[in-house]
Design a protein around this ligand. Structure first.
Ligand code: ADP
Ligand code: TMP
Ligand code: MG
Ligand code: ZN
Length: 184
């Protein structure tokens, strides 16, 4: 059997990791074998865990290159979960294909666009080939509506890849982002 590809995307704080971990739980309750990966660059909440902004955690394997995922795959694995896919190299696309052809379901979560509004290429390619796409929204931190699709960098320094949380980024809807940009 061929596995399925699910991609969960949206801005920061939209619940991507929460949703990813809820799928891990669903497989675990069904006594399925799961394995969770995250990029080494993401050191926000501890080294070997994936954590939501609310502090819910599961253990994860940290890898720096997408290909390393294949080193951990055994015949018994039913589903593979990858968080922060925007930080992975483009080879993740081929790795995901290999996994599904082994009969493994693959769940990926990550940002669709950077604070500069550039699409993250690895996420874009995985979205294009997914069987299922879950697009999440956050609460806009200016108007309070559950309509935020952008991650806004409060102090726009550092690169386009810059790990962090509320000290650096907030979620905004399109209207509030355009208003803030007019004032910049
Ligand atoms: P993501 O991985 O998409 O950044 P998480 O799943 O880690 O999101 O965290 C989602 C949680 O973040 C929410 O359940 C909520 O408690 C918290 N949160 C903080 N700021 C916001 C916001 N602006 N909109 C929605 N949730 C927020
Ligand atoms: P999150 O989606 O789970 O909140 O995590 C997003 C991570 O990506 C967080 O460490 C901040 C980082 N990030 C960037 O590196 N560049 C960006 O443009 C944005 C918006 C976030
Ligand atoms: Mg997350
Ligand atoms: Zn708004």
């Amino acid at each position: 059997m061929v596995g399925k590809i699910t991609v969960i995307t949206g801005p920061m704080y939209s619940g991507k990791t929460t949703e990813l971990l809820s799928f891990v739980e669903i497989y675990n309750i069904g006594r399925k074998k799961t394995i969770v990966f995250k990029p080494s660059i993401d050191n926000r909440y501890g080294e070997d865990i994936v954590s939501t902004h609310t502090g819910f955690k599961v253990s994860a394997i940290r890898i720096s290159k997408s290909r390393e995922i294949l080193d951990y795959i055994r015949d018994s694995i039913d589903a593979v979960f990858v968080d922060e896919i925007q930080f992975f190299d483009l080879e993740l696309v081929d790795v995901v294909k290999e996994l599904v052809f082994k009969g493994i379901d693959v769940y990926c979560a990550g940002l669709d666009i950077s604070y500069l509004e550039n699409p993250f290429e690895t996420t874009a390619k995985l979205l294009a080939m997914a069987d299922e796409v879950i697009k999440k929204k956050a609460v806009c931190e200016k108007c309070g509506e559950h309509r935020a699709t952008y991650s806004y960098k409060i102090i726009p320094n550092g690169g386009e890849i810059d790990v962090g949380g509320k000290e650096k980024y907030i979620a905004l809807c399109r209207k509030c982002l355009s208003e803030i940009k007019k004032q910049e």
